[in-house]
Design a protein around this ligand. Sequence first.
Ligand code: EPU
Length: 406
Amino acid sequence: MGEVEIGGAKNAAVALLPAALLINGVTTFSNVPNISDIRKICDILSTLGAKVEWTEKHTVIIDATNISETHAPLDLTSEFRASYYLLGALLSRCLSAEVGMPGGCKLGQRPIDQHIKGFEALGATVDTVGKITATAKKLTGADVYFDVRSVGATINVMLAAVLAEGTTTLTNVAKEPHIVDIANFLNLCGADIVGAGTDIIKINGVKELKGDFSYSVVPDQIEAGTFMCAAVASHGDILIKNCIPEHLDPLTSKLIEMGAEIEKSGDSIHVVMSPNKKLQPVNVATAPYPGFPTDLQPQLGVCLALADGTSILTENIWESRFQYTTELNNMGANIQANGSTAIFQGVKELTGTKVVSSDLRAGAALIIAGAVAKGETQITNIHYIDRGYESIEDKFRQLGANIVRK
Ligand code: EPU
């Protein structure tokens, strides 16, 4: 049996660190993933006047007592998606914010109209020509109904509303574990947020958030799910430690349908896929939490590519998340992707070749594919993978994969 330790959630940490800007004092974050998107956020927070110090590999101390600048560097903020959280945080604390157009993985259209709708409802003026600026004389609580369940818009408008005057009600919000994590952190510092994790979040504005708190980032359910898929695709036996098994229920149920044996125990999940069993085909459709996560769709896709029969995968969140299927087909898979649907005719094995990582989760899927394929697989564009996984090659090597970074 192999063992792997899961780190803090990227998609929680990318919001928690900007949230520290709301705090008139010092915050210590532990279990912070040491990945490129997070290091960029730390650099940006420093340019805004916060004092940022990594005291250990996974511990960051942020002193946001003095914020001297509300214009974040346009080039740095354009390099990743989550820079949009600086808008909500700076608007809340300073009533003024400027960031570059958010970048990140190319997954099709990635609008931010729901973020803007929320900021405007609170009284801000938002301009999106060339860069994004948001300013307000004052923020006042409001009712916001989101047209789509958006992780980013839910967190961003929550950040903006925390210090607004009066009550904000957000309806049709996203319910991912990291939404709850951000609300828990803000409440620890004195915010008054109720309902995170349900369909409606109510935020009673407070005058100030206090510092001197330590907060541990929630474990990364997508990293954990990536190793669960690796266990199944490789017919392996992996104990995944430091995760919250309940956050992985949508994946767990599909992997059990495929024939895996999965046991949850405290903060671990044990996944075994017997070498004597064939992977069963399944149909899966991505959906906002607690639906099947889009961020695990490509990794599960590798399992489906190797299943004994036909599976249908439907992607309902992003328009371009099947780019990895072309790479898997180059490795011998038989996948027909068309629009939001991909049909997987399972094959017996994959064969190593040169493949390109088109985005973060596609890259993770290709590592799994390369680990189980016959022969050598070379993956390029690995900077995408480093955006979201810390030491991924070390973790796979520890589990028995023959993998090196060149
Ligand atoms: N949407 C809108 N308008 C908006 C915002 C979103 O129409 O204003 C739509 C999007 O186009 C999409 C859906 O709503 O179809 C959901 O988007 P969401 O806002 O939830 O996505 P996000 O906040 O931009 C985060 C993660 C993504 C993850 C999605 C869905 C971060 C930095 N990114 O993106 O993570 O796929 O939620 O769970 O938290 C990844 O980690 O690989 C990744 C892409």
